[in-house]
Design a protein. Structure first.
Length: 461
């Protein structure tokens, strides 16, 4: 059956304690996934000192490490549109299951690394696929759970991720110093993968799977519709055709790439920079830089999507990128631990707001269509920015021996991003309001059409 008015699983939001809507269960699941899946990449800088330590087990050059970390982002950029498409096609529940299995495998293998080629394969190729499965289709699925107040849901989701990264960075640094490289990644991988697997039975792709309305829906809104998979796939195809004809489809990945290039160089190289200047002797103490950035960013991660719905996403993105660029100048003169900590506190404000508004601006530009592919291409832009900036920064350090040149690159990337934001369309109206008019009247099992006739269930969907 193509259109169903009854719940598929006999499970409604009314069965949750205190009348809590199931969208918040989904937010809780995805926030937990973020803590493990995204924290490894966000805290990648914590891995650089032990890999670069000439007296340690690895002793690799910063250039070599930078190239491998860049490969992580580059492979992630390749995977993102694919995993976004897979999420739209098969649903976020299957994506969560795949991500959990891949997390267990890739983290276990990362713990066995002893050669550069192994680090490239296990971190660059496999762990990037894990993050792509966990982040792109799952984050894109959030839009469908909120008819209104999407900014609140997205803000809470990204804010929880910031707390997770803030905890994970010094924890991972301390574990590496105390337990060693192998035990650290096997422990984190086992705990994280196990928790992710345990949450799979509770994950749902959309409210219609439970026969309920999205959060914030009103009595006058159209009812939840559970469509046949063939119908969903055709809708996905037509919707994506329309989005590709708009300028933001191409500009947003570029902006995301420039913004991530701006903060990516900081996240990877600020700790090696602090070590070179003698500000720290302990990896755990240096990891507090990333902790401060992450914890301060929690505020802007929560506030930015909410304010984006109220005042426009373009303004919030431009303000965040401007703060991100301006605060990097502090690093040119930072020599002591307190100076790096102070920088982290200010930088975290811009960092948290730069990349948390994309799910909101997608809703503003494209309405309620399937967002996995769109968000996948934006993630491709982001990870390409990370890859280019990481590799380029490594080459600059190799050529000049100076971290200040890398900081200048960061400022430049963020500044150009602000200029591109000015080229975006206004967000006060949907750019493709009539995309459903191009849906073909396809019969499914002889009883329901892809575009329902007037008066049919879901006529206003």
């Amino acid at each position: 059956m193509a259109l169903l008015d009854k719940p598929k699983l006999g499970f409604s939001s009314g069965k949750l304690p205190f009348g809590i809507h199931y969208s918040w269960v989904v937010i809780g699941i995805l926030a937990t996934v973020q803590i493990f899946a995204s924290s490894i990449s966000m805290a990648a800088g914590i891995m650089v000192p032990p890999l670069n330590d000439s007296e340690g087990a690895f002793g690799w050059s910063l250039g070599t490490i930078g190239v491998v970390i860049a490969s992580y982002y580059m492979f992630g950029a390749i995977y993102a549109p694919m995993t976004g498409w897979l999420g739209d096609r098969y649903g976020s529940r299957w994506m969560l299951f795949a991500a959990a299995i891949m997390y267990l495998i890739s983290m276990f293998l990362l713990g066995q690394v002893s050669e550069v080629w192994q680090f490239f394969l296990f971190f660059g190729v496999l762990l990037s696929l894990t993050q792509s499965l966990a982040m792109v289709p799952l984050m894109a699925a959030v839009s469908g759970w909120f008819r209104r107040h999407l900014g609140l849901g997205v803000g809470i989701l990204w804010g929880a991720g910031g707390v997770g990264t803030g905890i994970m960075a010094p924890l991972m640094g301390g574990f590496i110093e105390v337990l060693g490289w192998q035990s650290t990644f096997m422990l984190i991988g086992g705990v994280g993968g196990g928790i992710m697997l345990a949450m799979v039975p509770f994950m749902r792709s959309k409210p219609a799977d439970l026969g309920i309305q999205p959060y914030g829906a009103r009595a006058t809104d159209p009812p939840a519709i559970l469509r046949d998979k063939t119908v969903d796939r055709l809708r996905q195809k037509v919707f994506n055709q329309h989005t590709r004809r708009t300028k933001p489809f191409w500009n947003l990945p570029l902006i995301h790439g420039l913004g991530c290039a701006g903060h990516g160089t900081i996240l990877i190289y600020v700790i090696p920079m602090a070590f070179e200047r003698g500000a720290f002797t302990s990896l755990a103490e240096a990891g507090i830089i990333l902790t401060i950035i992450s914890l301060v960013s929690v505020v802007s991660r929560i506030v930015t999507p909410i304010m984006a719905e109220m005042y426009g996403t373009r303004r919030m993105m431009a303000a965040s990128l401007s703060i991100q660029a301006a605060t990097v100048f502090m690093l040119f003169w930072s020599q002591e631990a307190w100076a790096f900590y102070l920088f982290a506190g200010v930088f975290g404000i811009g960092f948290g707001g730069e990349w948390t508004g994309y799910l909101v601006i997608n809703r503003q530009y494209y309405g309620d269509g399937p967002m996995g592919t769109i968000y996948g291409w934006q993630t491709t832009g982001a990870l390409t920015g990370h890859a280019v900036a990481t590799a380029l920064a490594g080459l600059v350090i190799y050529a000049t021996g100076s971290f200040n040149a890398v900081m200048a690159l960061s400022v430049g990337f963020s500044a150009v991003g602000v200029l591109v934001i000015a080229l975006l369309d206004d967000t006060t109206h949907v750019l493709i309001p009539d995309w459903e008019d191009d849906l073909p009247p396809l019969e499914i099992s002889g009883e329901a059409q892809l575009r329902p006739t007037a008066g049919a269930a879901g006529d206003d969907d």
